[in-house]
Design a protein around this ligand. Structure first.
Ligand code: UT7
Length: 327
């Protein structure tokens, strides 16, 4: 029996902001951003576009590719840190209504940039437990709304987008998810956070420091964590299935920064070509980055049935997690 990805759909906003565009208003340059991150451009959602809109668009494309109806879906999981509303209702409930998937269960996963890997494993657990058969797992992020566009330390790093996969079970196939590892280091929560706007520190137009509404990041601390998390996940996932590096066709990491990938590859003495990257075009789209990368890999015919892949997620929380699967 295999629990496998049936199809993928993405939504990429049309508007593009290049590094050169940013350097017109910020003390930065294409040279600095590209050499420190591998990012050239990012796509930014329209003024009236929200996480649910992008999630709906990605989900509809995934359904179309799978030749499935929305009513075939019995669970919708949306991984997002930029939900339309603060919990009530979940973004997944809005998606369920808009795509016509009633009465599918709907829940949001809050695990920041690890959200897609966490969501995928939540879906697999639901399928294994016979709670659901076909699950839509969506990462959708409007990072542009939680960025301080005057802070060159953070705003150059992120973009908007959504990616959706349909996860299903097939008793006749042996491909699919082999192993998942999910972890967190909550003691690093303060290194990547939005300080105000939640229940503990509600936004107050007179009392809240304006910058506290946006992403705060201790870049060096997050970088060190990310390199360590990626190397640990790669080693532990392979060991769990008695596999070696040469068994892998591709590693699909969360697309945060090319230097994180390069450092992890160097530590494990792996070729960089084993890691797929497309952050040059999209920057860091948080929970959407892995399905957006996967979609591009499929479109470029990089994957064949039977290939072994690894997804790696890491981000605020500090959460991290990886999935090993046979395509
Ligand atoms: O999903 C997880 C999300 N987060 C991440 O993946 C981020 C992980 N961290 C990183 O990727 C890196 O730490 C950064 C790319 C954020 C920063 O790179 P760095 O090599 O660690 O630079 P730094 O923070 O040590 O800053 C070096 C210099 C500083 O100037 P001074 O103090 O040496 O004069 C910064 O102010 O670079 C400056 N700087 C910039 N300069 C031009 C920081 N951002 C910029 C910028 N343009 N955009």
């Amino acid at each position: 029996m295999g629990i496998y990805i049936v199809s993928i759909g993405v939504h990429i906003p049309e508007k593009i902001i290049t590094n050169d565009d940013l350097s017109e208003t910020l003390d930065t340059s294409d040279e600095w951003i590209y050499s420190h991150t591998g990012i050239k451009r990012r796509h930014i959602a329209g003024e009236h576009e929200f996480a649910s809109d992008m999630a709906v668009s990605a989900a509809q494309k995934a359904l179309e590719k799978a030749s499935m109806a929305a009513t075939d879906i019995d669970m919708i999981i949306v991984a997002t840190s930029t939900p339309d509303y603060l919990g009530y209702p979940s973004t997944a409930s809005l998606v369920q209504d808009r795509i016509g998937a009633k009465p599918a269960a709907a829940l949001d996963v809050s695990a920041a940039c690890s959200g897609f890997v966490y969501g995928l494993e939540t879906a697999r657990g639901m399928i294994l437990g016979k709670t659901a058969k076909n699950v839509l797992v969506i990462g959708s992020e409007i990072n542009s709304r939680i960025l301080n566009w005057k802070d060159r330390n953070t705003c150059v790093l992120f973009g908007d987008g959504a990616g959706a996969v349909i996860l299903s079970e097939d008793v006749h196939i042996s491909s699919g998810i082999m192993k998942t590892i999910l972890k967190a280091e909550g003691d690093g929560s303060d290194s990547l956070m939005i300080k105000a706007g939640g229940i503990r520190y509600p936004f107050d137009s007179e009392g809240t420091a304006p910058d506290d509404r946006y992403i705060y990041m201790d870049g060096r601390r997050v970088y060190n964590f990310a390199v360590r998390a990626n190397t640990e996940l790669i080693k532990d996932l392979l060991a769990s299935e008695n596999l070696s590096y040469s068994d892998l066709k591709y590693i699909v990491p969360h697309q945060a920064n090319i230097r994180i990938i390069q450092a992890a590859a160097a530590r494990l003495k792996l070729p960089e070509s084993l890691f797929f990257s497309n952050m040059e075009e999209y920057a860091n789209t948080s929970a959407a980055s892995i399905p957006i990368a996967l979609n591009e890999m499929v479109n470029k015919n990089l994957l064949s049935r039977g290939d072994i892949l690894m997804f790696l997620g890491f981000g605020a929380g500090l959460t991290y997690g990886g999935t090993l699967l046979r395509w």
